[in-house]
Design a protein around this ligand. Structure first.
Ligand code: BGC
Length: 462
């Protein structure tokens, strides 16, 4: 029996209490497979706690993130579910039951708290709450209210994302973010949600990574037909989906005119923020921005051009927010496009350079540009070698600490992701999780990195 496994019911296997399992996780996990270096750091946990120089600010948020469509399973009224099931779909596999977090959230949230974290960032699914235009399901609203209540029972701070990529199918069929009424429809949903559960929300986010369509356009992707930009490829993809669905206006987050989508998202963000604030003026509202650690190539410098095209409108929008969530995974060396990672550098399962210092650099830049408090709301690595995840997180939080020591106003750090999950077009292959999930049995297995990052969280210190 592996002492680190939790059963589907959430009770530990073979009569050991979950607390005991998690205590074992903290100690035994390290012995099994982590490098000596990590073992030494974990062993000196006690002395680190007393070392003020290594401590993060009081009330620092430390958590893990998930997104509804990636973990809940059976999100059948969403645009993603539809696209995943089209003949010749560009998705490697459908999301199916995913991690069945829709039903297993009580044990997952309790596991997150037991690991030492004090914050859970998760998203609610518009396609469940408003499965048909104008019909709001109280049962689904109550479901998410129960999730928030479960977080409170475990003394967890909550970060709630109202929209994380997947949309109700009816909204996508009408043109997604490009339709005229998009902002009003979205604000109406946000108002309903805030009325229903806003009093239980710690930090609200209007949307996750609205800049991704622009960011993708800077990638120089080897798989694209010659001369075709990613935007053009996405538009071709959209045309295909429209034909198959016999829905001439179909548009989602990725499939549409990226500039029109961006305008729609900016308007929707502003209206949603207003709607949320009108219900709960004291609720901190912000959003989550995808940010690469952009570094200028020695020649052919286009760094400022990229920043202007991708981030500028959103950094402006952030100035009116209570906070900005930044999400970063690696660096990009920016020429006319983002250059391919140099030969020989270590790559993660999603083809990114192993570069944990992106966190330090991105928080410095975002804080300087916006002047609002910064939270790292996603950071992590896709790898099957958990020792690399341990090193990644140790270097990432060390860099974050350097920035904080220099006076950068960072209020929290949230890892992506609590568990291995559905990585969109790539299916379940990339492993971003601190916890492994057996997709057949839904058994969770805590990885060493979870115990180590959880210990850092518990001590609130390096
Ligand atoms: C997204 C997540 C995604 C993660 C890893 C972020 O851009 O918010 O949904 O799983 O990156 O690719």
């Amino acid at each position: 029996m592996n002492p680190l496994e939790l059963s589907r019911s959430g009770s530990a296997v073979d009569g050991i209490s979950r607390r005991e399992v998690l205590r074992l996780a903290s100690a035994a996990a390290v012995v099994g497979s982590v490098s000596r270096n990590s073992f030494a750091q974990a062993a000196t946990a006690g002395s680190a706690a007393s070392d003020k120089a290594k401590a993060f600010p009081e009330k620092f948020l430390r958590g893990c993130a998930t997104a509804a469509h990636q973990v809940e399973g059976n999100n059948t009224n969403s645009d993603y579910w539809t696209m995943e099931h089209l003949p010749g779909s560009m998705f490697k596999e459908p999301s199916g039951d995913a991690c069945d977090h829709y039903h297993l959230y009580p044990q997952d949230i309790s596991m997150l708290a037991d690991l030492g974290f004090n914050t859970y960032r998760f998203s609610i699914e518009w396609a469940r709450i408003e499965p048909e235009e104008g019909f709001f399901s109280n049962a689904e609203l109550d479901h998410y209210k129960r999730m928030l209540a479960t977080c409170h029972e475990h003394n967890l701070n909550t970060m709630l994302t109202y929209y994380h990529f997947s949309l109700p199918r009816w909204f996508a069929v009408k043109g997604g973010w490009q339709q005229e009424k998009a902002a009003d429809l979205y604000a109406r949903y946000c108002e309903k949600v805030t009325k229903h559960m806003g009093d239980m929300v710690g930090y609200a986010s209007t949307m996750n990574e609205p800049d991704v369509p622009q960011l993708l356009d800077w990638l120089d992707l080897p798989g694209l037909p010659a001369g075709m930009s990613l935007t053009q490829a996405m538009q071709a993809g959209a045309a295909n989906v429209r034909k198959q669905l016999n829905a001439p206006d179909f548009g989602d987050f990725f499939f549409g005119d990226p500039m029109k989508t961006r305008d729609g998202l900016l308007a929707a963000h502003a209206k949603a923020r207003e709607a949320m604030k009108s219900v709960r003026p004291d609720m901190p509202v912000g959003f989550n921005l995808a940010m690469s650690d952009d570094q200028a190539a020695p020649e052919d410098r286009h760094l400022e051009e990229k920043r202007h095209a991708v981030y500028a409108p959103w950094l402006d929008a952030a100035k009116k927010c209570d906070y900005l969530g930044v999400q970063t995974y690696s660096r990009s060396v920016v020429g006319k496009k983002d250059l391919q990672p140099a030969k020989g550098v270590e790559l993660t399962m999603t083809g990114m350079e192993f570069y944990p210092e992106c966190v330090e650099h991105v928080v410095r830049y975002a804080a300087k540009e916006t002047g609002v408090p910064i939270f790292v709301t996603e950071n992590g690595i896709a790898t099957e070698d958990d020792t690399r995840r341990v090193e990644y997180y140790q270097r990432a939080v060390a860099g974050l600490k350097r920035a904080i020591d220099d006076g950068v106003d960072v209020r929290g750090y949230v890892a992506w992701s609590l568990m291995d999950n559905f990585e969109w077009q790539s299916g379940f292959k990339p492993k971003f999780g601190l916890v492994a999930v057996d997709l057949k049995t839904q058994k969770r297995t805590i990885k060493p990195s979870a115990a180590i990052l959880g210990n850092i969280a518990r001590r609130n210190s390096l």
